[in-house]
Design a binder for this molecule. Structure first.
Ligand code: BGP
Length: 482
């Protein structure tokens, strides 16, 4: 028995995002990029799902059948939040991760004054989290920027976006800094590489050099993060501003040196390129070569690099779902799905129904890798398994979810024993919500089942799953009974 491994104040909890849960997409709210995400099933290629061209955007904007856009309705967290937050508190959550919809506060992103209706909603949500004894962990922007900032300003490649974002951030800092200590500037900031439209609002054919735009957008998000970090520290000294990446852990497919180099290159470009500026305060040395070879000419203003250097994030947050393998020659590799991008099959791993490869040991490896490299506190802000749950006689026996979380938590323990400083663990997700990647409802991650199907039908009733009681017991014992 390994006892007392998790620190006493370890932040156990779960996560959701505004655009996948709230619904009420047009109640005192502007249109967000997430409101344009159509439901797809597994048969539609990732490339097709993600690709947003000008023509596609025009068609999406003209579409009048709102039912095609499940994220507009979510799970009606907008009206159910008190019940949902209470159920999470009853599970013993110490922290509740949520995001604030930019389009509720600034419906078009470029207004002079914030929308008081939107703020009133989050006043109630954040009060409810705090009154229920949990710390709110707030993601400022989770894949839901205002569409107006796309159509009028061209998205994050435009430096003006930094000002709009900061205005939004300052409004919520001013309003919630007393209740909120933990912040994340952007959900999965490496989305600029993998989830371009929803992360940065860039339309694929809007310029001659799309890749240049993606990396310019990422640069602007780095600057926005540094400025937001600086600002929140003016409100409270002990604030914790984190940056977050989708961590893509990959192993060389063989011990062939070419495969090892390929794996190193993937880790660098998928992850470290995005973390280094925000934690180390500077771009990695290989960035120059990458820019040159890809015809990327970043517009970095005087003072930008100094700003990054002076405002490193206070912790590193990341999502971890699966791992992949890398090889110089991909001919013999078999492709499978993964978070934000497809991966290659590792013969030693099983996968979820959606093809995401389950690798608990990879989480220990990742925690050690990140801590060795950055020596800054880490926070796992997403980890979980998407599955189709069977709802039978009001019960959901989700043993596969318990197994997934249990084996990952076991490896987190090992990493803590290895010396990794970990602030907390918020599973994805606390409650079933609409899938980010496919907008399906049947891909469920929560401890709480929501009676809603892919056609938008259901009572919206909330039911604790078997995993709800398991997680409750785990938190009660601070992870020691796992
Ligand atoms: C991450 C996102 C979440 C999310 C999760 C699971 O990329 O931050 O918003 O939903 O992945 O992905 P999916 O819903 O596509 O299964």
């Amino acid at each position: 028995m390994k006892n007392n491994i998790f620190p006493k104040d370890f932040l156990w909890g779960g996560a959701i995002a505004a655009c996948q849960s709230e619904g009420s997409w047009n109640i005192n709210k502007g249109l967000s990029v997430a409101d344009l995400a159509i439901k797809y099933d597994k048969t539609v290629s990732r490339y097709e799902r993600k690709l947003v061209t000008q023509k596609k955007l025009d068609n999406l904007l003209k579409e009048t059948d709102t039912k095609k856009f499940p994220k507009r309705f979510g799970i009606d967290f907008y009206n159910y939040f008190e019940q949902d937050i209470k159920m999470c508190a009853d599970m013993g959550f110490k922290v509740f991760r949520l995001s604030i919809a930019w389009t509720r506060i600034f419906p078009n992103g470029d207004e002079m004054h914030p929308n008081e209706h939107g703020l009133n909603f989050y006043d109630k949500v954040i009060n409810s989290i705090v009154q229920n004894g949990m710390q709110p962990l707030v993601t400022i922007n989770h894949f839901d920027m205002p569409v107006n900032l796309v159509t009028k300003y061209g998205g994050w490649k435009n430096r003006k976006l930094i000002d709009f974002y900061l205005k939004f951030a300052e409004v919520i800092f001013n309003r919630y800094h007393k209740q909120v200590k933990y912040w994340i500037s952007f959900n999965e900031i490496n989305g600029a590489r993998f989830n371009v439209f929803y992360s940065t609002g860039l339309v694929k054919d809007s310029s001659d050099n799309h890749l240049q735009d993606c990396y310019q957008a990422a640069h602007h998000q780095f600057i926005a993060t540094a400025l937001a970090r600086k600002k929140i520290h003016e409100y409270r000294n002990d604030a914790m501003m984190g940056c977050m990446v989708a961590k893509f852990t990959t192993y060389p497919a063989t011990c062939k040196p070419e495969d090892v180099i390929e794996a190193q290159e993937n880790e660098r470009l998928d992850n470290f390129y995005f973390i280094d500026p925000l934690i180390r305060g500077k771009y990695p040395s290989y960035a120059k070569r990458f820019w040159k070879e890809n015809n990327i000419n970043l517009n970095i203003l005087k003072g930008d690099l100094q700003l990054l250097e002076q405002n490193p994030c206070d912790y590193l947050a990341f999502s971890y779902y699966m791992s992949s393998i890398s090889a110089a020659n991909k001919e013999n590799l078999e492709e499978t799905e993964g978070n934000l991008k497809s991966t290659f099959k590792n013969p030693h791993l099983k996968a979820s129904e959606w093809g995401w490869q389950i690798d608990p040991i990879g989480l220990r490896y990742t925690l050690n890798q990140l801590y060795d490299r950055y020596q800054t506190p880490l926070f796992i802000v997403e980890n979980g398994i998407g599955a189709e749950d069977d709802f039978v006689n009001g019960k959901i026996e989700d043993d596969y979810r318990i197994e997934y979380l249990k084996t990952h938590i076991e490896q987190i323990k090992e990493a803590i024993l290895d010396g990794v400083e970990l602030l907390g663990y918020t599973t994805w997700s606390s409650i079933d919500i609409i899938s980010s990647g496919t907008s399906e409802m049947r891909k469920r991650y929560g401890f709480i089942y929501v009676d809603l199907n892919d056609s938008g039908k259901g009572t919206l009733g909330r039911y604790p799953k078997k995993s709800y009681y398991w997680y409750k017991d785990l938190i009660l014992n601070n992870g020691d009974n796992n």
